[in-house]
Design a protein around this ligand. Structure first.
Ligand code: ADP
Ligand code: MG
Length: 210
């Protein structure tokens, strides 16, 4: 497996794509060859060539230094903006850990110094009735970064997610505090609390609107 980092989050819309793109920009500046993919995306629109495309995947494609055609970035493009296994079902498709591990393995780029792989939704996203997305990350043993959106409720989401990543024995590189809201009374207190509860490096605190 070429060098890869999996970007997960405490939920959907917590900043996984934003942080992935910031990381890709920084790595590019430092001269690293990067590739980025979103193996499964739900919420796609039809492009001019009648292919389903997803905004996150397009942003990753633009931010990476290695350019590949869209299907290499987002091999499983699901139309409806709902949980992936439900979106897949509506298209007569079935997701599985086997399909996801094969898809990731087939598309990560050996020539990249680093492959950034964005998840979908949060950490424990179902692929079907019995399998979770996170099991594919475990099977491939991909070091993971947890993006935490700093807002009310984030302590519960972050601590639960952290405990599960550790329990599954997936390598956790660290977590990013993403200040998705204007500073509140609790922002710095939440970040400090998470530093005490998450025994992995805080890789950065990303300000609001960065
Ligand atoms: N630090 C931030 N400050 C302000 N807005 C942010 C920040 N991080 C993310 N956002 C916004 O929040 C929304 C969700 O972010 P996104 O990166 O798409 O999350 P995810 O990939 O987890 O679904 C987007 O509209 C994005 O522009
Ligand atoms: Mg995203």
């Amino acid at each position: 497996m070429p060098k890869s980092i999996f970007i997960t989050g405490t939920d959907t819309a917590v900043g996984k794509t934003t942080i992935s793109c910031l990381l890709l920009k920084k790595l590019k500046q430092l001269g690293y060859k990067t590739f980025a993919m979103k193996p499964i995306a739900s919420g796609c629109t039809m492009d001019e060539n009648n292919h389903f495309v997803n905004e996150d995947a397009l942003a990753l494609q633009a931010a990476a230094s290695i350019f590949k055609p869209y299907p290499a970035i987002n091999p499983i493009a699901l139309k409806e903006p709902i949980a992936p296994h439900l979106a897949a079902k509506l298209m007569g498709k079935k997701l599985s850990v086997a399909l996801l591990t094969e898809t990731i393995t087939a598309h990560v780029q050996a020539e990249a110094d680093i492959n950034i792989i964005e998840g979908v939704g949060g950490w424990s996203v179902p692929l079907n009735e019995t399998e979770l997305f996170s099991e594919a990350i475990l099977q491939l043993n991909i070091p993971t970064i947890l993006v935490v959106a700093i807002k009310l409720g984030c302590l519960n989401h972050a601590i639960l997610t952290y405990h599960n990543i550790v329990q599954m024995k997936v390598p956790l590189l660290g977590w990013v505090a993403n200040c998705i809201e204007q500073d509140t009374l609790a922002s710095s207190g939440n970040i400090e609390t998470l530093k005490q509860w998450i025994h992995a490096p805080c890789l950065g605190v990303v300000p609001f609107r960065s």
